[in-house]
Design a protein around this ligand. Sequence first.
Ligand SMILES: NC(=O)c1ccc[n+]([C@@H]2O[C@H](COP(=O)([O-])OP(=O)(O)OC[C@H]3O[C@@H](n4cnc5c(N)ncnc54)[C@H](OP(=O)(O)O)[C@@H]3O)[C@@H](O)[C@H]2O)c1
Length: 337
Amino acid sequence: MKAWLLKDFGLDNLQMGEVPTPDPKPGELLVKVGAVSLNFRDKAIVDGIYEPHTVPKNLIPVSDAAGTVVAVGAGVTRYKVGDRVNSHLYSRWLEGEPGPHEPDYCFGSPLPGGLAEYMIIHEDSAVRAPDNMSDEEAATLPIAALTAWYSLVDFGPIQPGQTVLVQGTGGVSIFAVQIATALGAKVIATSSSDRNLQTVMSLGAVAGINYRSTPNWEDEVLKLTDGKGVDLLLDVAGGSGINQSVAATKAAGRIAQIGFLTGQTVQLNLMPLIFRQTTIRGIAVAPRSSFDRMNAFLNEQHIRPVIDQVYPFEKAREAYEHLAKGAFGKVVIKIAQ
Ligand SMILES: NC(=O)c1ccc[n+]([C@@H]2O[C@H](COP(=O)([O-])OP(=O)(O)OC[C@H]3O[C@@H](n4cnc5c(N)ncnc54)[C@H](OP(=O)(O)O)[C@@H]3O)[C@@H](O)[C@H]2O)c1
């Protein structure tokens, strides 16, 4: 089969090649990949800044895929040939709290990902793709939508009328705006672009703050929330901005620490954290059971993923470059024609 292979770190070392099409072992599905979507994680893996010691040579990258089952291994009962499925990043985390070794079983590193004509997914970790979505749309769900869902619903849990802050207009945050709005929450969004803020408000956000022209954006959040702060904040920016996130969250409020766009280390001011009694929880996507529940909700609420652009398989590198420049919503690569 044709596959993109990461020969070494750096986008120039991501090269199209031919590898044997894998055979499904007992319990596994062979999936003809329809489309994949890119996440910041995929770019960070290629750049060599995401747990580089765990990235295998000649990796087939990209975790998030949607496609059709074309063969099944012995003993498979959950799916049959012809079913449409999604990959699930933490392939062994099926429900409840995570075990200590979930990162060892992630697609797109260290397990082979979906940037190829076919991929193997164990039947236990596969998720039924929503019927009302194309493969391009369903491919956006496994990390971005599910992280937003888990933060809002499993960690939150956000209640109608409560306030949520989302940062920027990338994959996770746009899904968070859509899902939180559908749950009846009031969403405040930040962005470096006034135009993106307009668009995000058309998706349901009630207020927008430009974090570039208003670097002390937490003060604006306090003004918008009667001086209290939001109930739940989804922090994708990371770095020392966490201190602003604590200030923008109400007393005894919650922060879902999702991202590290501005840095993987932080100097955290403890006194405001202690006085505000904030809970900060690291989020690493979600178990498969949460994915199942989310897909039912997306179907029911008619939520459609916001896709910035779809690239053909041959233009995978251009898709990575697009993500690096910043995307509104998701960047998708269509594999099967
Ligand atoms: N822990 C998890 O389970 C998990 C899951 C998914 C993602 N993540 C992490 O979350 C982060 C976001 O992921 P993504 O896939 O949504 O990324 P993405 O699609 O690449 O989105 C990036 C967007 O973030 C915004 N941004 C950049 N710097 C910012 C800042 N200082 N403050 C506020 N917003 C900023 C920008 O929006 P504007 O152009 O509007 O300014 C940018 O377009 C990444 O670090 C990723 O690795 C973690």
